[in-house]
Design a protein around this ligand. Sequence first.
Ligand code: GRF
Length: 191
Amino acid sequence: MKKRIAIFASGSGSNAQKIMEHFKYSSLAEVALVLSNNPEAYVLQRADNFEVPSHVFDRHAFYDTDEVVDILKRLDIDLVVLAGFLWLIPENLLKAFPNKIINIHPALLPKFGGKGMYGDRVHKAVLEAGEEEHGITIHFVNERFDEGEVIHQAKFKVEPEDTLEIIKFKGQQLEHQYFPKVIENLLRKYN
Ligand code: GRF
């Protein structure tokens, strides 16, 4: 039986795209569902392009009901992947998928993480701090933002002339390179 992945994303979904590409012809796993809190998110179009079903939910459904957990259970989801999903994961979802929810963060945690640290704010803070290296972190999700156990980090050197756009791009390249592979390695361990 193929392992089943659910991806949560709030925005563009370029990571979701890479994951769907990676598993499109895989015998190990498939992306079974894309979920978003944002009905306008481009990730929903990307899911459509891959003929992956999607589900949009609102704040009330996510925090005050079991709607999302029920859907994930009904679809026999093995791994929940947060790929640019900005809301904190509620307790009912954490309890239903212990150690089965992972996130990608565009910095070398524990640096530059926590509430409000997302998107360009992260890269701006990195440049302002004069960091010599920057990178990405893939980690398990717990009840606090960006604090779960680290699964994988990848780094690059920040050059003195690097702009926000450049370090953002370098980070994104690493995300696309490593996220699908880390998911695959994790799923292999579930056998
Ligand atoms: C990525 O930089 C990821 O690290 C962060 O949100 C961004 C999502 O980008 N959590 P995309 O929607 O996958 O293009």
